[in-house]
Ligand binder design. Structure first.
Ligand code: ZN
Length: 1014
């Protein structure tokens, strides 16, 4: 459960190669000294599954420091060193072992494990450092025999069992070095995963905002259609996903990753070995990291040991039966599926060897294709796909004895109905030797393709002797008879006609964030609302490989990598140039063109797109640094394509193009109608609707959604107007006001947000914080911000307010106030943005305490609060001692660990209960001084062992029976709540003092106005 300073994880991306020219006199290692250490050391093979040039090699090297109780640096420790490796790294890779690490344990055959036993190694960091280890590693393992294959990570391990580590890697060289301060398997695999798996840290730090970049398991996106691990997210899981208990076991997009506290997302709430949420409470990987491991091992290791016949180009004579087989390594359990294709036709599945009769025709291609269809991977190209590897034989027959006329496929289409929108595509086969088998481009296998709409279709036919022939047919929009359907309008007059009201929120200029809400009345409810041309639906996409493109760059090369689409991609080597494809679509319209790419050392770039010779206005943007080996990415451009063949050309704009995998374009587009009263995320424009009531009466209409410049509001004050109602003190003419339960959204909404009320006044449903926005009735523009205000119950009001200062400034031992971050005694005039605050300063006069926190503005009565969810530990320079009364304006987090509170030293006094629905604290867990003291919740005395935690912001006063001698300095990383204000007082408060202080806090945080509730 260590979190914090003892586990400082440094993740360095890439490093320069070293020259070994220093003399050994100044303590640096030269070539000779390195050779000497290697000669004195022993590379012990512990688990060897194959040649080092085709394995992920993990080499564990012993290190020691003078502080170790039983350091590895004596000859008699060799046995213990080897045993420690077997019980950590080897056990983690052993499927079924209780120490096995998912998904690593399934891929043991892809790893070699060695010990580098160096009994004469000097003390760590005094005589040897990481750079020297890098040099030893490179001497022992480099160069690699093949491009992309092989990896080595050196892991420097001491004989201790606690602590963190650091790692560095070079993806191009395929080397890494990890340093750990303890030999626990969780830390080992955390650091190793930084290297060969290139997985990033998932935790957050105060250094938020520095140059972190999206990694395989980190994303700047949270939108459902864009997020890289979207296949793992249930449709009902909201995005961004709230960091709440309800979603603790779900995959979603939780804020906080790669050192960033905000605007950066991870896949799970807590618990990934890479440090999701709270650090170190688990030794498991999240599903997204598991997926990465399962795919990445195939990038670095070719699973094929050998195949028979070993010659892939074979000539035969006459008809004969031949045996083919592939020998390959497998995961455990074996999730690989082997499929055998003869001239493209599947002939066997699930076997590693087959007998094939050959020689009846002149040429054959036999492919054994093996893919790992593990449950760790949910395919979603280009972000994820089942790893696939192939062995391919070309067989030619000198004498083809069977006589048959050439196989010919002809396709024709016939309309299914008179309207000519749906067609049957019939195949007419001649020649070859029947029976025939059929393979259509949409995956179906019958002789006729029925009920086909617009599209591009292809059929491959194979005869009984494996002759093949392919033919295509396109059904274009232009080929369809245009026929307007006459609508039969019912002329019956209805007494009670439908009328339609509409609530509009304009879109900001340049954004698509408008909203519409239709409210029908009249007619007979319920109503159905349909929108015309609301969205587009696209036919299945076709993939255009880059090796089939026209490329203008003299130096490009086509390379191969397993994780790419068909294993090939174009490397433009950082040069300028252009790549163009011929793209065919069945009808004219706006299409999304997906460009699948990756770059090496790219800092983000852009390129231009030209469609049919016309340059597109908007550039295509390629994201910052997504190294090829950390995965592929998609850039999407929406362009107009005409029916038939189009030339789509991507060309340099003064910057180099990234490595290109393929282009993906749907084959047809059609407008679909959207249904529903409410629509969000709308661009400015006109929206046509049809409203139908339960008796099929309809009314049609058009809504114009305008665009406006965003505006902000500041000087709004809310006052008590009449019983149960608040209102705007001085409303502005031409504006009305919208009242909400939440602050203005910072993220793109997934659902329509309905205001609680509209107008100059607002009937308050319950006490709490509400938000008001201004709405311009003429332009439909709504203020981009909302003013938060708190409404209290007049029944809670006490006449006397006492400020903390009035208790006597010497009595205050600690005072944090999130409305006074700089602690100068005055409310802050300018609030920080949402995100990290490095120094939240104590407000009491003599102290200089500081905390790191996440600022959440406009949370409580218009003021910000300090959130501690997934916030790294802070340690104050000085300890707080001898406090007796603890006053908190706080909100408990549903994902806080039982027994925790803001300060580790307070856990024993006010630690959260294990069941918040039953109690504030656990009777068997808290200190006697709490049990014998008094607890007040929102001003009322309560039994903390039978009173549920409200799980909302509240005022909690805990008066200990006697002052605490437990010093406070270090915050608790496993506490996930939020604090508005915290005051520690050195004594018990008199009853009137406590009541006065609680009233002061209530009016500050919970009641800008007090009203009478029914
Ligand atoms: Zn993870």
């Amino acid at each position: 459960m260590m979190k914090g300073l003892f586990s400082t994880i440094i993740f360095i991306v890439g490093f320069v190669s070293l020259a070994y020219t220093q003399s050994s006199e100044d303590g640096k290692w030269n070539d000779e000294a390195i050779d000497k250490l290697i000669a004195e050391s022993e590379l012990i093979p512990i688990q060897i599954t194959g040649d080092k040039d085709n394995r992920i090699n993990i080499v564990i090297m012993n290190q020691w420091t003078a502080a170790d109780e039983a350091p590895y640096n004596s000859p008699d420790m060799r046995g213990e060193f080897v045993k420690d490796i077997e019980e950590s790294m080897v056990a983690a890779l052993t499927y079924g072992d209780e120490r096995a690490q998912t998904a690593y344990a399934s891929y043991k055959e892809f790893f070699n494990v060695y010990g580098l036993w160096a009994p004469s190694v000097p003390e760590w960091k005094k005589g040897i450092d990481r750079e020297t280890v890098d040099a030893i590693r490179d001497k022992l393992f480099l160069p690699w025999k093949n491009e992309h294959r092989g990896w080595v990570t050196f892991l420097v391990m001491p004989n201790r069992d606690k602590g963190g580590g650091g790692a560095a890697r070079n993806l191009e060289e395929r080397v890494g070095t990890a340093v750990i301060a303890g030999n626990g398997i969780g830390k080992m695999l955390h650091e190793i995963s930084h290297t060969c798996m290139s997985l990033g840290d998932e935790y957050t730090t105060a250094a938020t905002g520095t140059g972190a970049f999206p990694t395989y398991a980190a994303d700047l996106n949270y939108e459902r259609e864009k997020i890289k691990w979207r296949k793992w997210i249930d449709p009902e899981t909201p995005l961004p996903t709230p960091y709440e208990e309800e979603y603790i076991d779900k995959v979603g997009a939780f804020e906080g990753n790669q050192y960033h506290l905000v605007d950066y997302y991870r896949s799970t709430a807590q618990g990934c070995i890479m440090g999701a949420g709270v650090f170190d409470n688990t030794e498991e990987m999240c599903p997204v990291c598991n997926q990465r491991v399962s795919m990445r091992v195939y990038d670095l290791v070719d699973p094929v040991n050998g195949f028979s016949p070993s010659e892939t180009s074979i000539e035969i004579e006459g008809v004969q039966k031949m045996h083919f087989s592939v020998d390959h390594i497998v995961p455990e359990p074996n999730t690989q599926v082997a499929r055998w294709f003869l001239n493209g036709k599947l002939i066997a599945e699930g076997v590693d060897g087959i007998d094939v009769e050959l020689g009846k025709i002149a040429r054959y291609e036999l492919v054994c294709s093996i893919s790992d269809e593990t449950e760790y991977i949910r395919p979603d190209p280009p972000f994820s796909r089942f790893p696939k590897f192939e062995v391919r034989w070309e067989i030619s027959s000198k004498s083809a004895p069977t006589k048959a006329s050439p196989l010919v496929v002809k396709l024709s289409k016939t309309p299914v109905s008179g309207e000519k929108t749906v067609w049957n595509i019939t195949s007419d086969i001649s020649g070859g030797v029947p029976p025939y088998s059929y393979q259509w481009s949409d995956g179906t296998t019958g002789p006729t393709l029925k009920d086909s709409g617009l599209g591009i279709y292809e059929l491959t036919v194979t005869d009984s002797e494996y002759r093949t022939a392919t033919s295509g047919i396109d059904i274009y929009a232009g080929g369809l008879a245009s026929k307007t359907k006459k609508s039969k309008s019912k002329k019956r007059k209805k007494k009670n006609e439908i009328s339609v009201g509409c609530n509009i929120k304009a879109s900001d200029i340049g954004k698509a964030n408008g909203m519409l809400a239709i409210s029908p009345s009249g007619g007979k409810a319920p109503y159905t609302v349909l929108w015309k041309k609301g969205k587009y639906q696209y036919g299945s996409p076709w993939v255009y490989e880059s090796e089939n493109a026209t490329i203008t760059d003299a130096e490009y090369t086509v390379k191969h990598l397993f994780s790419a689409s068909n294993n090939t991609y174009v490397d433009l080597k950082g040069n300028e140039g252009s790549v163009s494809w011929e793209v065919k679509v069945a009808n004219s319209g706006i299409y999304p063109v997906d460009i699948i790419y990756a770059g090496i050392f790219m800092k983000g770039s852009s390129a231009k797109l030209m469609v049919n010779g016309v340059e597109e206005k908007e550039s295509v943007h390629f994201n910052q640094t997504r190294p090829l080996y950390t995965g592929w990415d998609v850039a999407t451009a929406k362009v107009f394509l005409k029916e038939g063949i189009n030339t789509v050309k991507l060309f340099s704009n003064g910057e180099s193009l990234p490595n290109l995998d393929y282009l993906r374009v749907p084959t047809r587009v059609e407008a679909i109608s959207v249904s529903g009263n409410e629509r969000i995320g709308l661009a400015p424009g006109t929206y046509e609707y049809v409203v139908m009531d339960s008796e099929s009466n309809t009314v049609e209409g058009v809504v114009v959604l305008p665009e406006t410049y965003p505006f902000k509001i500041s000087d709004i004050s809310v006052e008590n107007t009449s019983e149960g109602t608040v209102g705007i003190a001085s409303p502005v003419n031409g504006y009305t006001y919208k009242w909400y339960a939440k602050d203005a959204p910072q993220v793109k909404l997934e659902h329509y947000e309905k205001p609680l009320g509209v107008g100059n006044t607002f009937r308050v449903p319950h006490k709490g914080t509400f938000y008001v926005a201004a709405y311009n009735e003429a332009t439909n523009a709504e203020s981009s911000n909302r003013i938060g205000f708190a409404v209290g119950d007049i029944a809670d009001r006490r006449e006397v307010r006492i400020t903390p200062e009035e208790l006597g400034e010497d009595a205050i031992k600690l005072w944090f106030d999130s409305s006074d971050i700089d602690g100068n005694g005055k409310p802050d005039e300018e609030n920080p943005d949402r995100g990290p605050v490095k120094s939240w300063e104590d407000k009491s006069i003599r102290n200089g305490y500081e905390l790191f926190m996440k600022y959440e503005p406009n949370a409580l009565n218009g003021k910000g609060v300090a959130a501690f969810d997934h916030v790294w530990v802070s340690i104050m320079k000085e300890e707080v001692k001898e406090y007796q009364t603890i006053v908190l304006v706080y909100k408990e987090g549903s994902v806080s660990f039982p027994g925790t509170s803001l300060f580790r030293g307070l856990n024993a006094f006010i630690g959260r209960s294990s069941d918040v629905k039953k109690s504030l604290f656990d009777l068997d867990a808290v200190d006697d001084r709490t049990k014998k003291g008094q607890v007040f919740l929102n001003g009322k005395k309560v039994d903390p062992f039978t009173t549920p935690n409200p799980m909302e912001f509240c005022i909690l006063t805990v008066e200990l029976a006697s002052p605490s001698d437990v010093p406070l300095a270090r915050t608790e990383g496993l506490w996930e709540g939020a604090i508005a204000e915290m005051i520690l007082i050195d004594r018990k408060l008199l009853d009137w003092e406590r009541k006065g202080l609680e009233e002061y806090l209530r009016r500050k945080w919970f009641a800008m106005v007090d009203i009478k509730f029914e």
